[in-house]
Design a protein around this ligand. Structure first.
Ligand code: ATR
Length: 270
């Protein structure tokens, strides 16, 4: 039987994951089936059970099920445990469900691809929601000199700094705490969706700094436009999307696909 994989979401029709994983499978000559499944909002565990009963070996999980997926796992990777969320489910040969989150490692791989060095870097992360919680462990594992989490609701950033404080130099607060220069600024807020920009001071970027937005689209986000005007190099979230998918593919199939050609094809289709 063909190994089946899917992405669960609600809605999920516009997910690019089926395209990405089909491209990976073509490249590695793996015969797999990968579909998008709209799980019912009130029964994610049932959707996963039904999927595995019909030959499902693993899944990606997107909005709004990442926390629910986390709760149903029998075992978890350390980074998923820290994130409190799961974007990759793996069915073990023993029938147990293992959960991992590959978003953060996807971000770090994409930054590496762009030549960004984390060691010794001064990093600013904007936002303190689920998306940011998922990237802090891999960022701190890169040994930055400092990592400041700044958020509209300061208490949420402070809580993250406490939760991840044993992993490195991390602090948290409101946007009023932000004082440059930084070598790397990552926008993990959903402000771009509303065309908003967090209030940021001038002098945010050090020479040679990189600005990354976890969002992507046909046009640069408001944040990336603002950063570009101030001399920063800009990177959008499309590369992170492909890299997190590649890491999930690796977890399932034991083969690492080449992400560059897939990213190029996706970019053309935006
Ligand atoms: P996600 O899963 O994408 O992280 P989330 O958990 O709802 O979604 O978090 C959204 C993040 O974007 C939060 O940090 C939120 O700030 P608050 O914690 O103060 O709500 C931030 N955010 C959303 N809209 C924003 C805006 N217009 N300006 C600044 N920050 C915004």
């Amino acid at each position: 039987m063909t190994d089946r994989y899917c992405v669960f979401g609600h809605p999920v029709a516009h997910s690019r994951s089926p395209f990405i994983h089909a491209a990976f499978a073509e490249q590695t000559a793996d015969t797999i089936e990968y579909t998008a499944i709209e799980a019912p909002r009130d029964d994610f565990p049932g959707a996963w059970r039904r999927f595995t009963a019909s030959g499902g070996r693993g899944a990606n999980v997107t909005v709004p099920f990442k926390e629910e997926a986390f709760r149903l796992c029998d075992t978890l990777s350390e980074r998923a445990r820290r994130a409190g969320a799961v974007n990759t489910l793996i069915l073990g040969v023993d029938g147990q469900t293992h959960g991992d989150t590959t978003d953060g490692i996807g971000l770090v791989r994409d930054l590496e691809r762009h030549g960004v060095r984390l060691v010794g870097a001064r990093i600013l992360v904007l936002g303190a929601g689920g998306a940011v919680r998922g990237i802090l462990e891999p960022l701190l594992a890169g040994h930055p000199a400092s990592l400041l989490v700044a958020n509209r609701t300061a208490a949420k950033a402070e809580a993250l700094a406490t939760d991840f404080g044993d992993l490195g130099e991390i602090s948290g607060g409101g946007f009023d705490r932000v004082e440059g220069p930084f070598d790397l600024v990552i926008n993990g807020t959903s402000a771009s969706l509303a065309g908003d920009l967090p209030p940021l001071p001038d002098g945010l970027f050090a020479a040679g700094a990189t600005a990354h937005d976890m969002m992507y689209g046909a046009e640069p986000t408001v944040f990336l436009r603002w950063a570009s005007e101030r001399g920063a190099r800009t990177v959008d979230g499309l590369g992170m999307l492909v890299e997190q998918a590649a890491e999930s593919f690796f977890q399932w199939r034991g083969v690492r696909p080449d992400t560059a050609p897939v990213l190029e094809r996706l970019r053309q289709g935006l």
